[in-house]
Unconditional design. Sequence first.
Lengths: 234, 415
Amino acid sequence: MSLVRAERLTKTYRSGGLEVQALLDAGFAIEPASFVAFVGPSGSGKTTLLNLVGCLDHPTSGRLEVLDTDVSKLDRRAAARFRGEHIGFVFQDFNLIPVLTAYENVEYPLIMVQRWPARKRRERVLRLLDAVGMADQSSKRPDQLSGGQKQRVAVARALVSDARLVLADEPTANLDHQTAHLVIDLMRRMRDEFGTTFVFSTHDPKIMGAAEVTFLLEDGRIVSRQETREVAHA
Amino acid sequence: MRDVLRMASRNLSRYRRRTLLTLLLIVIGTVSVVLFVAVTGSFKAMMVGQITDSVLGHLEVHRKGYVASIDNLPLNLNLRPNVVAKVEEALQGTDAVETYSPRVKLGAMFSNFTETTSIRVNGVDPAREAATVPLLPGRMLEGSKEGPLVNKGEILIPVLLARGMRTKVGDTVVLVATNRDGSVNGKTFVVRGILESISGPGGRDGYVHIDDARNLLRMQEPEVSEIAIRLRSPARLDQVSARLKDALEPVITKEGKPMLEVHTWADLSPFANLARMIDLMTLFIKVLLVSIVLVSVMNVMIMAVYERIREIGTLAAMGTLPGRILSLFLTEGLLLGIIGTAVSTVIAIATIYALNVRPITFSFGMQQNLLLTPAIAASEVAAIAGMVIAVAVVASLQPAWKASRLDPIGALRHV
């Protein structure tokens, strides 16, 4: 059973009176615990696709199921609830809250979204920080961390609430090549450890090869699917 | 809710500069409101006190129609002894009444043997008058304040009359008055003291002993023109006035109509209008300063939302429900209001205390060296605090609503 299944997924924007076809008839399936990349040049529809899968946006037409839920029909509140329960996000700009420490940033979803009790919360946050190798930096604020460290914290935050699916939009775009690989390796390791499905977008050819399944997007269409390695199941 | 409270307080402590700026605005506004209310309240209380404690008393009882023609001081509307006894009985049965003073009021000609002028005179029982209007002896500019307020054969005259008639303490003067029947009588008095004039009714009256007034008017029986009443608590003025009216209602004329009327000081003094203006001005200033707090908090909260759009987008993307985001920002506003109000209250009360320890002196009209001792009721402070907290929450409502409605995609793209 696929974790994500899309059929004839289309997204059209109106921008300055013009219709922009961001995604056209996209069909794909993502299996549980897979490590998937959507690759393509800027403007190819990667972010739009991740926004749709992440229930941040609605498709103009087509069908999109995530965890057997037709997310295209979810209203704003239901979509938020669904994201909170099942989906984690890693952003290109890290999007850590600047006034909070690494620990507090990871803890944030457990307080504001899932409302875990304090003790359980603490155990979970420390475990995740340890898993991403940031346990010794937990009291530092984002401006005291390097780009790679920030993204590690962001990965921990995405995983902290037991998300089944983590969506990472260009997670390495603001990192140097070496750090980018470290972050991708970390994500794959987290997939192995927690069985979470990781879907990321990138236009960096050196990163593309790290995915087990790669979808190539061009002008809003998925033009190819390539399996580079066997999909690992948790 | 406890989590939201914790997150909100943490956000406020971390966004320190913005929090301090907002708190500063709240504190300036609230302290200004509290101090203004305390100072104007004290000014008003002092002015009311001057009027009630040196001339009018808190309440006065007259025969019906007397106040309407008070400028003529009509002797035919005096209270007979049997009526006075009924009034005294009612007053003695009212716990809220501290004391009272019967007065005989008359208009007379005042002569220093070379010049003559008119004067309004109060015939009073010195001890009871001093107890009812305790600031009256303090108005004595010249003459001895020792002993009774005024002895038989003595007169206290207002300073303006003393200057105009070039009359000094110890001089002998003559009062000539017409009694109810139209016959004229005169009596000599020694000037015992010269009184400071104050504005308002009775503020430029002379005082003689009540027995002298009755003798001058050749009264057959001890009539009274009015009874001035001092209350234990001026705050209960309206309540006591109503009770007294009820108690005196059974005193009726031969025609079966009510014989007596009860007036508060506010009914008798034009200063009541000034007091109402002070109240109105206080309200206006309150509204103005609270508006400043409202606009300030709203401005800072709008800026806070604007600066934190990416944070809000991240929160929304992570699945935070709009209501939770709304409550987070509202709680921040609420906490700002509570902290700001708490700090303001401490500063304001400390300032009021300091102003009471080292009072400011000022002049008002002819009255010099009046002490400004601001005071404010706890209920008033609580009302202002409640209003400021409510305003802080209301000011946060629009930015909080905006934050909760932000589109996560747009918010995440925000630079």
